[in-house]
Design a protein around this ligand. Structure first.
Ligand code: SAH
Length: 242
């Protein structure tokens, strides 16, 4: 399981480059495979984004037959990506002898945070707003727990073409415990050609600005925004008031 990072080559680790270069077969969502330079020695197996379990079994079958297989994910393979699906499938007795290894990648939250400053400098939690694989009640309960505990939130999968109401619902839940002036970073396609990073307030967070290529970082009560060189820089101090 190989993490490609959130975009482009500068965020691909040397270890991941090596794993990709030495693989016989590449398995993964088509657009992610397209980010790996072509190698005529390799076979590629692009799949739909929703077929995680089938893709995992397929990769393990190829490996069991003797191939060196790289299952690619964007960002880190352990963060809302393929590593769990592969390990779940690998629990089947027929895959007991297949060696599996996780090659980490830079995850989107770190990439977005770095562009904004240091919003994740204190305690934070990571959650996916997608209710495709878990019920919305669970998502809502976790948002509320994070909001009550005054943690910064890094929110993956905030919206998609078919999921459009969740950002407003999350914002309204957060506003029950957090001030409207709380900073929110909207990082879109960070490191890619359509990169944009905007700093807004929770009270003014407009769901129309958020799509599936965005990650949101919602500040805590201590997160600050300062002007530096004509742009807004966001950070969360490491100290927490007694
Ligand atoms: N495994 C990936 C996350 C996959 S879930 C990782 O570790 O980064 C897909 C979500 O990741 C997107 O909906 C978005 O919230 C976030 N994401 C991935 N790449 C991104 C990028 N370049 N800029 C902003 N957000 C990104």
């Amino acid at each position: 399981m190989v993490g490609l990072g959130p975009a482009g080559r500068p965020w691909l680790t040397p270890e991941a480059q090596d794993a990709l270069a030495t693989a016989d077969e590449l398995v993964g969502y088509g657009p992610y495979l397209d980010r790996v330079p072509p190698n005529p020695r390799q076979r590629r197996h692009p799949t739909d984004n929703r077929e995680e379990a089938r893709r995992a079994v397929h990769a393990l079958e190829l490996a069991r037959a003797g191939s060196r297989v790289a299952v690619v994910s964007s960002g880190d393979p352990g963060v809302f990506a393929m590593a769990s699906a592969v390990l779940e499938a690998a629990a089947e007795p027929r895959f007991a002898d297949v060696a599996v290894r996780v090659v980490p990648g830079l995850t989107a939250a770190q990439a977005v945070a770095s562009r904004a400053g240091a919003p994740l400098g204190h305690d934070y939690c990571v959650l996916s707003l997608s209710d495709l694989l878990k019920p919305w009640d669970v998502v809502a309960a976790r948002i509320t727990a994070a909001a009550r505990s005054d943690m910064v939130l890094a929110i993956y999968n905030p919206a998609s073409r078919s999921r459009t109401w969740q950002v407003a619902a999350a914002r309204d839940l957060l506003l029950e415990h957090r001030a409207p002036r709380t900073p929110v970073v909207i990082g879109r396609d960070v490191g890619g050609s359509a990169e944009s990073v905007r700093v807004v307030t929770l009270g003014e967070l407009d769901p129309a600005e958020v799509d599936m290529r965005c990650l949101l970082v919602v500040g805590s009560s201590t997160t600050r925004v300062v002007e530096r060189g004509g742009r807004q820089v966001v950070y969360t101090p490491r100290r927490y008031p007694a």
